[in-house]
Design a protein around this ligand. Structure first.
Ligand SMILES: Nc1ncnc2c1ncn2[C@@H]1O[C@H](COP(=O)(O)OP(=O)(O)OP(=O)(O)O)[C@@H](O)[C@H]1O
Ligand SMILES: O=P(O)(O)OC[C@@]1(O)O[C@H](CO)[C@@H](O)[C@@H]1O
Length: 305
């Protein structure tokens, strides 16, 4: 089974405001509510690709109930730990530019972390846990990573630099940093994908089995211990890029589960990321397949698989 862990799920409140004027009254042309948080998005996209998962994390209050009900209506299994505080609402202002305001979300008590750990007792060898999205400063997930290691559960991490650092020690199956995360991790900055190549190699040397580095419209890199590939994005018109990275992770994992090579999975993941960027919502199977033919992948080192 695949489990996704979103420590801080959200309701994403999308407001379409074409010309946003800071400091003035703005009126939204359209509004939409979506369940959010990176792990939640990954579960939703995997479901669209036909891959089941169980969404784990911490939810509370009316917002938490809404998130759970929405996912269950999409036939996505959930097993959230109930907390005493409302799950957060993140504001997404979409128009000429993208502006996001993400709430900090409730603090998670040690008692509630223990409840999550109890849930993990039913994990078995060969399961996969995707840890994605923000956690509170100071929150430790190392016990969770340790359990994955002990039970031989594949660990996937799509999170900020600090959590990535914790995770690398446990040799994650996949990590997917974006530009900001990779720059924060290595305290550097780069302006194109080539600048990121040595850092992706370093992440592999530090323990990551597979690394996907995404850099928005500039494309993506894939690295493992044998090779490194570079992909360019297909053409299209961007609607908004929120959830593009999550669509990418969902696509990669689904293809791997289906037995495709890591290279094929990487190529599909880039198509899925762009399909999400070119639509109102997260990507779906058709929109990703429509773009796959346009994704070019070039080898930077020897073959994978
Ligand atoms: N402007 C864009 N044009 C085309 N494709 C894009 C664009 N932005 C993102 N993508 C696609 O989505 C993938 C992931 O994008 P990005 O690097 O922005 O991830 P991210 O920052 O993790 O996203 P998020 O956190 O919002 O889910 C890219 O590799 C690319 O395939
Ligand atoms: O605040 P975090 O946890 O870093 O990111 C949360 C979030 O921005 O990520 C998703 C898009 O990737 C959204 O659904 C959600 O609102």
């Amino acid at each position: 089974m695949i489990y996704t862990l979103t420590c801080n799920p959200s309701i994403d409140y999308f407001l379409n405001v074409h010309d946003l004027n800071k400091g003035e009254l703005n009126r939204a042309e359209t509004v939409t509510l979506q369940p959010g948080g990176k792990g939640v998005n990954i579960s939703r996209v995997m479901k669209r690709f036909g891959q089941d998962s169980v969404a784990l994390g911490f939810t509370g209050g009316f917002t938490g109930e809404w998130i759970t009900a929405f996912l269950n209506k999409e036939d996505i299994k959930t097993d959230f730990v109930q907390i005493d505080y409302d799950s957060r609402i993140n504001v997404k202002l979409v128009g000429k530019e993208e502006t996001e305001i993400n709430a900090a979300g409730p603090r998670i008590s040690n008692n509630n972390i223990s409840k999550l750990i109890q849930t993990m007792e039913r994990f078995i060898e060969g399961d996969l846990l995707v840890v994605a999205g923000s956690i509170h400063k100071g929150m430790q997930l190392s016990r969770i990573f340790q359990i994955c290691k002990e039970k031989r559960i594949k660990l996937v991490v799509d999170a900020e630099a600090e959590l990535l650092k914790q995770a690398l020690f446990f040799q994650p199956y996949l990590i997917k940093p974006n530009q900001q995360e990779l720059e924060d991790f290595f305290e550097c900055s780069f302006s194109n994908m080539n600048d990121a190549i040595p850092y992706c190699r370093k992440l592999v040397n530090m323990g990551a089995k597979n690394v996907i580095f995404s850099m928005g419209s500039s494309g993506a890199l894939y690295a493992n211990k044998n090779a490194l590939y570079k992909a360019y994005v297909p053409k299209g018109e961007v609607v908004h890029t929120i959830g593009a990275g999550d669509s990418m992770v969902a696509a990669f994992l689904t293809k791997i589960q289906l037995g495709y090579s890591r290279l094929a999975a990487f190529r599909f993941s880039v198509a899925a990321g762009s399909a999400a960027a070119y639509s109102e919502e997260l990507c779906n199977k058709q929109s990703a397949f429509d773009l796959i033919g346009q994704v070019t992948v070039t080898k930077v080192e020897e073959d994978v698989n």
